[in-house]
Design a protein around this ligand. Structure first.
Ligand SMILES: [Zn+2]
Length: 563
């Protein structure tokens, strides 16, 4: 064992020496002899905006777009690490994979061709374990510790540590500035107010990260100052005016990011210079959209109401479709939480009703099919009701997980992977379901109503159960220890009904549930697909007064403006 280790270390050292010498003396041949990868690691801090992470990672515009479309939560609930893997070929860097780790959870996404479109799809890494890898750790300032730690630990392997390149510090106070100004109405979100200024994501984040009250207590004016560099507008300063009080900020480059710094915190000469630059700037006033009568394509408004039009193309994720219009992340998440399906079987139009920039309703049109929803507060929680004012009853009492998984507690021991390679034969042996770790005898519940189509033994699957649900959905349960009497073939099962117990029958190396979801004959990832009729209870619907009121108030406006 030890000998082998030593050998691999020396090979590693040798390799890295080789690569170093190759890149220095014969860079053309380097690409021929070996594929080199570069891993760029960066941490998304808890609560940090995704856009800010992408900015820090220094991705190109195209790369940013691709990464942005990865189906993960954009908000980090706790610190998580992103690893961008580039393939270096003939001196060119190509982004190939993105890995996200949080605690002991890991998700890897590989850039692949899906129906002629290049997208990141969740797959295990395709980079061979013996590949030559160059590591770059991007750290925020003041945490040089991690750098030295990684440098130390990397000494033993075939890794070259490259110090991050930082943005140049620009301490000169600009003299020629141009400006834009606009109002933030009382109670209006900063996001909405900023939307009129057409800022880049980075610029928006600089302003949003600023240390001042984000909500407007009363109407206030924003003035943003830019310096032109070619065709680019570089944000240099921000002035916020409310009644007679003025707060000035300048944009400071603090190494790896930009920050708003109050002029009050600078020395008097610096402050004067900035104030002079602000005063000299030509400022253009922008009317806010709420008062703008003119309707542009994709946006129609009437008084305080506005309808945004989104086209979700066939196969396009709802998430990426929502990115085409200006919505806050909260609004986007609320729309994603609507009870309709998230994927488009064919191109559909989604009309979003906003009242004073508050999300109120949705109208989804696909050919002749129309679905309408209104959003309202119900028991302190934003809730969607359909056009009849109905909501699902006891959403709260039915466990959320029950809708997706047939077990009470979920721990995925092996994920869904249609391109899984057999660990020994290296041949592709798809894993068409997910494995849920559970003790022998753990009860399994029906995730939705259905009819048992198969119960009995199947070769490698052991004791197996298959249930047919609505709309061509089928679920399959394998390696069971037993099937309940009321869940034998031909029986009708209800959502939440106990149907079987976890076991270790068939080709199984330990008690677990192998769970599959099949939609119209195709295997889908149970972690993503929702089974119809699983969301609410089998109990039906409710029509609270608040929902009826919201329908009355918003539906006709939504219909009128979305025509
Ligand atoms: Zn399995």
């Amino acid at each position: 064992m030890k000998k082998v280790k030593k050998l691999s270390i020396s090979i590693g050292l040798w390799l890295s020496v080789c690569i170093l010498s190759l890149t220095f003396f014969a860079p053309v041949n380097a690409a021929e002899s070996a594929i080199i990868y570069e891993y760029k690691t960066i941490t998304q801090k808890k609560g940090e905006a995704f856009s800010s992470l992408l900015e820090k990672a220094g991705l190109s515009h195209t790369e940013k777009k691709l990464v942005d479309d990865i189906p993960i939560f954009h908000k980090a609930h706790s610190n998580r690490q992103f690893r961008f893997a580039y393939q270096i070929e003939k001196g060119k860097k190509k982004l190939k994979e993105v890995r996200v780790t949080r605690g002991n959870r890991l998700a890897n996404f590989v850039l692949s061709n899906k129906n002629g479109k290049v997208v990141f799809t969740q797959k295990p890494t395709q980079i061979p374990s013996n590949a030559t890898v160059k590591k770059v750790t991007l750290t925020t300032i003041g945490t040089d510790k991690t750098q030295s730690v990684s440098a130390k630990s990397d000494k033993r392997s075939n890794v070259i540590v490259v110090k991050p390149t930082r943005m140049k510090v620009d301490s000169v106070i600009p003299t020629h500035l141009i400006g834009v100004s606009f109002y933030q109405a009382k109670g209006q979100s900063l996001d909405q107010a900023l939307s009129v200024a057409h800022l880049s994501k980075l610029q928006e984040n600089i302003i949003k990260d600023g240390n001042y009250l984000k909500k407007a207590v009363g109407k206030r004016a924003f003035k943003l100052y830019f310096q032109m560099k070619g065709k680019k507008r570089l944000l240099k300063g921000v002035r916020i005016i409310r009644n007679k009080s003025v707060a000035d900020f300048f944009v400071k480059d603090v190494g790896d990011r930009f920050q708003l710094v109050s002029l009050k915190k600078t020395d008097s000469s610096t402050r004067r210079q900035w104030e002079r630059a602000f005063a000299k700037a030509k400022v253009k006033f922008i009317k806010t959209t709420a008062t703008a009568k003119k309707s542009s394509s994709g946006k129609r408004s009437s008084g305080k109401y506005q309808v945004l039009t989104i086209t979700q193309k066939k196969g396009q994720s709802l998430y990426s479709a929502l990115k085409t219009v200006r919505l806050t992340s909260t609004q986007r998440n609320l729309i994603i939480g609507m009870p309709a399906t998230k994927s488009a079987q064919s191109t559909r139009k989604i009309y979003v009703l906003l009242e004073n920039n508050y999300l109120r309703g949705l109208r989804i049109v696909r050919g002749r099919n129309v679905a309408e929803y209104v959003l309202f507060k119900y028991k302190g929680k934003w809730t969607w009701a359909n056009e009849k004012g109905q909501i699902r009853s006891n959403i709260r009492t039915s466990s959320r997980r029950m809708g997706r998984f047939p077990l009470r507690y979920i721990r995925v021991s092996s994920p869904f992977n249609l391109r899984r390679r057999h660990p020994i034969t290296r041949r592709i042996r798809p894993h068409k379901g997910i494995d849920l770790a559970a003790r022998h005898g753990t009860p399994i519940y029906a995730p939705a109503n259905g009819i048992v189509r198969f119960s009995g033994r199947q070769r490698g699957y052991g004791i197996t159960l298959e249930i047919d649900h609505q709309n061509g959905y089928r679920t399959k349960y394998a390696h069971l220890s037993r099937i309940m009497k009321k869940a034998r073939r031909g029986r009708y099962v209800k959502k939440g009904q106990m149907i079987a117990r976890v076991g270790n029958t068939g080709f199984s190396t330990g008690a677990h549930l192998h769970y599959e979801v099949i939609v119209n004959g195709r295997h889908r990832n149970p972690a993503y697909v929702r089974i119809p009729g699983s969301g609410g209870s089998s109990g039906g619907t409710k029509r609270p007064a608040e929902a009826r009121k919201a329908v009355k108030q918003y539906l006709s406006i939504l219909r009128r403006l979305s025509r």
